[in-house]
Design a protein around this ligand. Structure first.
Ligand SMILES: NC(=O)c1ccc[n+]([C@@H]2O[C@H](COP(=O)([O-])OP(=O)(O)OC[C@H]3O[C@@H](n4cnc5c(N)ncnc54)[C@H](OP(=O)(O)O)[C@@H]3O)[C@@H](O)[C@H]2O)c1
Length: 239
């Protein structure tokens, strides 16, 4: 398979790329600063590095990049500094998701492309009855007001859920929701749930970025796993 990864230079995205390469897939990455990528990537002929800022691509360029792909994965996230959180692009994840999906649809391919979005347990799957406490509702409301990246993550998943939906001829999707992200060297045991089993605010669990990369790569690689989770927002915790 050929897989396009956006957000590949990030802490989780780079793990996802490694996992896809281990599985033997061809990987294309669109990155703003290719010079920051590991040397081993630059010399890997299974990996194509496209130097661009994703939202600055024209529609035609976007279509050219998705045309030969079987799957697209986004690990985009706002840089955790004042510029990344409060300056443009405020809708980085949503706009990238929307424009990549529109590019897939415009290319009119015969079989649907998998779109795997990295999301967060701070977001609810409104297709399911996911109850949260009054306290959590208040805190999330405050986060929405104060932290634009949270709203962006919510809107990106909402786009897939409501605009792409469950029966799109061109795009199938899954939005993977990790809890508190940590860094680990190796893949460890992890568990997947349809909805959070703990409070993302008051009792957050841990999810290592390499496990997120492993699960996203497995969704792309394994059609049975894909059929189990497509159109859903699986939650991932380290065991
Ligand atoms: N922190 C947590 O506990 C937690 C929990 C659950 C979910 N999440 C979500 O997980 C996601 C990824 O987390 P992470 O730690 O892997 O993120 P990260 O290391 O900060 O990676 C972010 C990626 O997005 C890219 N990016 C940022 N701004 C961009 C822009 N304006 N244009 C193009 N690309 C841009 C970065 O590229 P550059 O290298 O060029 O900057 C990088 O590749 C985020 O959406 C976050 O909200 C976080």
């Amino acid at each position: 398979m050929t897989v396009l990864v956006v957000g590949a230079s990030g802490a989780t995205g780079s793990n996802l790329v490694e996992q896809l390469l281990i599985l033997g897939h061809k990987v294309k990455v669109i990155v703003r600063s290719p010079e920051k990528l590991p040397e081993s990537w630059k010399n890997n002929n299974q990996l194509q590095i496209i130097s661009a800022s994703i939202l600055e691509l024209s529609d035609e360029e976007m279509q050219k990049h998705v045309r030969d792909c079987n799957a697209i994965a986004s690990c985009l996230g706002h840089n955790i500094n004042l510029k990344g959180i409060y300056r443009q692009p405020r809708k980085l994840v949503t706009d990238a998701t929307r424009r990549l999906c529109e590019a897939i649809i415009a290319t009119n391919l015969e079989s649907p492309i998998k779109y795997v979005l990295m999301n967060t347990t701070g977001n609810r799957n409104r297709d399911l009855n996911e109850p949260i406490s009054f306290g959590q509702k208040c805190v999330i409301g405050l986060i929405r007001l104060l932290l634009p990246p949270h709203v962006d993550n919510e809107k990106a998943a909402d786009y897939l859920r409501t605009q792409i939906g469950q029966n799109n001829k061109f795009v199938e999707w899954a939005a993977v929701r990790p809890d508190g992200l940590i860094n680990e060297e190796k893949v460890t045991d992890y568990e997947i749930h349809a909805s959070p089993i703990r409070s993302a605010i008051f009792n957050a669990g841990k999810t290592s970025r390499i496990n997120v990369g492993h699960f996203m790569a497995s969704l792309i690689n394994d059609n049975d796993l894909w059929n189990e989770w497509k159109g859903q927002m699986p939650v991932i915790y380290n065991t």
